[in-house]
Design a protein around this ligand. Structure first.
Ligand code: CA
Length: 375
């Protein structure tokens, strides 16, 4: 009995061991097979050439705004050694100026360059990622986006649209705009028809004006023909290129409504995920580079353009009267506080933005502002 029993035991152990060896070999073979397939897959993937389309809201190669996506495409091409080729299209070449969001969201093109505040009809919180009246300047906004959770919120807000946003350039503080009527007090804003997009437009309307949104390419004729009484655009560098000084008398400052707007690169999420990780990284690095580069271009170009507007074209450059900017400021915060309880996404972004701005302003009071005062 005992002999039979130990024989059974021995046989069972041998059988079990044999089974283990078989299973182990099968696993090793399978894993080796998978590994070699992966290597081949990776090889094929990394050799693949990607040809992308990037649509923009700006006229083709327009100074600053239109050059940023061109510079981005060039940089991505160089960094990827020709593996990711991006062709840039100006407004209306394949989609309308304000059709960028929809085209990239649907995947009909892979990328876009525009500004989040144009989409406030779809996403009320979107203007915080560009610029809001009496909001953060470029330095503060970049700090919030990249070190204060702003970009994460932006991605969360764009996720339902299958879009991944990146900060894509900044103009710095803009000008208040071109007016065909003297503004001496808030009474002169009443009934005035002005092209002013985003939340700035809502503030302008609350202060008694009428805000309209017209793409940049149509502004000159709209102002010339009297469809609008005033328009904001960007600042001396861009405004000189559009020739607004030929058709408007007064150039008011500062751009209370856009104190440092961030532009956006948006990428279709499926297109982004189809890229190997090193190309995804190149997009991110190139966007961050262009985000700073565009600001540098504006900083270097605005002074000369302002001088030309004043000396050569005799433009009347004026500050807004204090009661006008005070009314605009009051209306701005009234609107934020009214919108916050109505839209949870708006509220979430607003609270983060406001908290960051309150902190940044305290330090900038004794650093940036204090320095501007004494230099
Ligand atoms: Ca503007």
């Amino acid at each position: 009995m005992q002999n039979n029993h130990s024989k059974w035991m021995t046989l069972s152990i041998v059988a079990l061991l044999a089974l283990c060896v078989l299973l182990f070999s099968a696993l090793v073979m399978q894993s080796a097979g998978t590994q070699s397939n992966d290597v081949i897959g990776e090889q094929q993937k990394s050799d693949k050439i990607y040809n992308w389309k990037l649509v923009t809201t700006w006229p083709k190669k327009y100074p600053g705004l239109g050059l940023a996506p061109e510079n981005f495409a060039k940089l991505v091409g160089e960094l990827s050694q020709g593996q990711l080729n991006i062709k840039v299209y100006g407004a209306n070449e394949i989609v309308p100026a304000l059709g960028v969001f929809g085209a990239v969201s649907s995947g009909s093109v892979e990328m876009g360059h525009s500004a989040a505040y144009y989409w406030k009809g779809k996403i009320p919180a979107a203007p915080f990622f560009t610029s809001v009246p009496f909001g953060m300047n470029v330095q503060e906004l970049n700090g919030w986006l990249h070190y204060g959770g702003g970009l994460d919120l932006w991605r969360e807000v764009y996720a339902p649209f299958n879009l991944i946003p990146f900060a894509g350039g900044n103009t710095g503080v803009q000008m208040g705009g071109w007016f065909n009527k003297e503004i001496n007090s808030i009474a002169d804003i009443q009934g005035l028809k002005m092209r002013i997009p985003g939340l700035g437009g809502e503030v302008f309307t609350r202060a008694g004006g009428t805000a309209v949104n017209i793409p940049g390419g149509e502004l000159y004729t709209s102002l010339q023909s009297g469809v609008i009484d005033a328009t904001e655009w960007v600042g001396p560098y861009n405004d000189l290129a559009f020739g607004f000084h030929e058709i408007a008398k007064y150039y008011y400052y500062p751009g209370w409504h856009e104190p440092g707007p961030t532009l956006e690169f948006i990428v279709n999420k499926d297109a982004y995920q189809s890229l190997p990780p090193q190309l995804q990284q190149i997009i991110s690095v190139a966007a961050r580079t262009i985000n700073q580069d565009m600001l540098d271009e504006y900083t270097a170009s605005n002074n000369g353009a302002l001088e030309e507007l004043i000396k050569k074209h005799k433009v009347d450059v004026r500050p807004f009267p204090k009661d006008v900017t005070e009314k605009f400021k009051q209306a701005s915060f009234e609107i934020y506080e009214e919108m916050a309880p109505k839209d949870p996404v708006f509220n979430k972004v607003y609270q983060s933005y406001k908290q960051y701005m309150d902190g940044a302003r305290k330090y900038h009071k004794i650093s940036e502002e204090a320095y501007y005062e004494i230099r």
